[in-house]
Write a protein of this length. Structure first.
Length: 176
């Protein structure tokens, strides 16, 4: 015999999260975690990435539960919308990003270090556009990471990585 179950109260759950009730967050995860993972996986097209997105979503739910406004929509809709937006932002951000690893950069970096005192490097740097030249100087003179350069120049990380990669290639050709 099946007894009727009480429907999950998403709004009450978010209110409890806003008060710091960890049990409410766990209950919400138990209720919707698998479905949210499915949403994130469909958007990100990668299981590990989807897991990270859902993890980030639950952190945001925990830290922003007090911003839920029932006048603007349902609590369950808010949870799904938050997760969906995180997944879409991830896909959008990674589409712009050019992944560089040490193997991509090493030959250019070594050449630049070997010839850093050469007057030719100044001439070659002068041939670069202003923003890519600033990226190179921040990276190889100031020792900034790509993320730090992106913040300094108020430029997307993927753009900074692309500028550095193309500029290193141009410098190598110029120096060669």
């Amino acid at each position: 015999m099946n007894l009727p179950t009480t429907p999950f109260d998403y709004e009450r759950c978010l209110q409890a999260c806003a008060r710091g009730d960890r049990g409410a967050l766990q209950a919400l995860y138990d209720q919707e975690g698998a479905r949210l993972l499915g949403v994130a996986r469909r958007i990100a097209r990668d299981h590990a990435t989807a897991e990270d997105i859902v993890h980030d979503a639950f952190i945001r739910i925990w830290t922003r539960a007090d911003s839920f406004d029932p006048a603007r929509g349902s609590a369950r809709g808010w949870v799904y919308s938050l997760t969906r937006h995180l997944a879409l932002n991830f896909v959008r951000d990674t589409r712009r990003e050019v992944v560089l690893d040490d193997a991509d950069i090493a030959p250019y970096h070594e050449d630049m270090i070997m010839q850093a005192d050469s007057p030719r490097i100044d001439r070659c740097l002068d041939q670069l556009d202003t923003a890519p030249r600033r990226c190179i100087l921040h990276a190889y003179v100031d020792g900034c990471s790509h993320a730090e350069i992106a913040r300094l120049l108020d430029t997307p990380l993927g753009t900074v990585k692309s500028w550095i990669k193309r500029s290193l290639k141009a410098l190598r050709e110029c120096m060669g």
